[in-house]
Design a protein around this ligand. Structure first.
Ligand code: KG4
Ligand code: ZN
Length: 343
């Protein structure tokens, strides 16, 4: 059994997509440092993440990012109890850089190595912002690659109640942003553009999956937005980007919030959380908060910096793995298609 009376300080490493990140976190909740080196400016030139470039930049930056995380945390190697790293899902080449780095550090320093599921990391970001949050709760995970409705039964126990049948929510934001010329990364740009728009200006569909009330579909919405743009262009009409962004956001948000609340009610759970890049979205945060308030449910979301990819969330999730006794070996590998709850 692990001694829980002692403070556990974990170095987290994240390199699953286009952020090279390292963080030092105590007991899964107290962040001593959270360093993120974003590659966005470089990938923007190509309109999306180029995997080979991402891997190369991770290689170039990872040592400096880790060094800075330790420096900002005012922590020496002797104070680090374990090295945690995202093992999947994500881009295989990008994941491999973090996994190899973590293995090398754990071996050289003779420290425990803990491989972490990226989505479990996103969920754990809520423990950083809300130190009193404990399972069970329902968590809507909305990132660039995933849209999951997870029933978090315990810190390491997840039931996948719903998922997207096609595009992930973040992917839909990115595609719509590209179609209206807002560029990459789409989510934050649509969010900003929507601030000045009328969310009732255009009626976009809300996707429903027959007989699967907790599943999502965004392909119909995406087509409707593209059709709207094409029609306007054919008629020579100017597109009101703010109205389009706000109306699109209302449709996505309605779908996400309705299903999350329904799921929580069906499972008899009174706590709802959101996580992942899209949980930084202003409209989603507001709508979820309001829906929960109406029903006397508690609503949780991470601070924006812990919504998008970061390593503090990885160190947080690793703390619960550490307590449960998980220790990985030098055989730890990158798992690009790792499923939620897979150990
Ligand atoms: O979780 P994340 O940082 O990376 C993945 O694990 O995929 O999520 C990235 C996604 C992108 O699709 C990005 O456009 C979206 O999150 N995103 C947002 C916002 N900030 C990031 N979507 C909507 N509103 C935002 N404010
Ligand atoms: Zn992510």
């Amino acid at each position: 059994m692990t001694d829980t009376s002692k403070n556990i300080t974990i170095l987290g490493i994240e390199s699953s997509c286009d952020e090279t990140a390292a963080a030092v976190v105590v007991n899964g909740r107290k962040v001593l440092s959270n360093v993120i080196s974003s590659q966005i400016d470089i990938h923007t030139v190509y309109g999306g993440v180029v995997p080979e470039i991402a891997s190369r930049l991770h290689c170039e930056n990872i040592n400096g990012v880790i060094r800075l995380a330790l420096k900002e945390a005012k922590t020496g190697w002797d104070e680090i109890d374990a090295i945690a790293v995202t093992r999947g899902p994500g881009l295989v080449g990008a994941l491999l850089v973090g996994v190899s780095e973590a293995k090398a550090l754990a071996y050289a320093l003779n420290k425990p190595l803990i491989g972490v599921h990226h989505i479990e990391g996103h969920i754990a970001a809520n423990y950083i912002t809300h130190p009193a949050l404990e399972p069970p709760y329902v968590c809507l995970v909305v990132s660039g690659g995933h849209t999951h409705l997870a029933v978090v039964r315990d810190y390491r126990e997840f039931e996948l109640a719903g998922r997207t049948m096609d595009d992930a929510a973040g992917e839909t934001f990115d595609k719509v942003a590209r179609a209206v010329g807002l560029g990459y990364p789409g989510g934050p740009k649509v969010d900003k553009a929507a601030c000045g728009g009328d969310p009732h200006a255009i009626e976009f569909p809300r996707g429903e999956v027959k007989d699967h009330p907790f599943d999502f579909t965004f392909s119909g919405l995406k087509s409707a937005v593209l059709n709207h743009i094409n029609m306007a262009q054919m008629k020579g009409e100017e597109i009101n980007v703010a109205d389009l962004a706000a109306s699109f956001q209302r449709s996505v948000t309605d779908s996400l919030v309705t299903r999350t609340i329904l799921c929580a009610e069906s499972y008899g759970i009174r706590k709802v959380a959101i996580a992942g890049g899209v949980s930084a979205n202003t409209a989603l945060r507001e709508a979820m908060k309001e829906a929960c308030l109406k029903r006397g449910m508690e609503c949780f979301y991470p601070e924006p910096v812990y919504c998008t990819d970061n390593a503090a969330m990885i160190a947080s999730a690793a703390y619960f793995e550490y307590l449960a006794g998980r220790r990985d070996t030098m055989f730890l590998n990158a798992e690009p298609n790792l499923k939620l709850g897979e150990r």
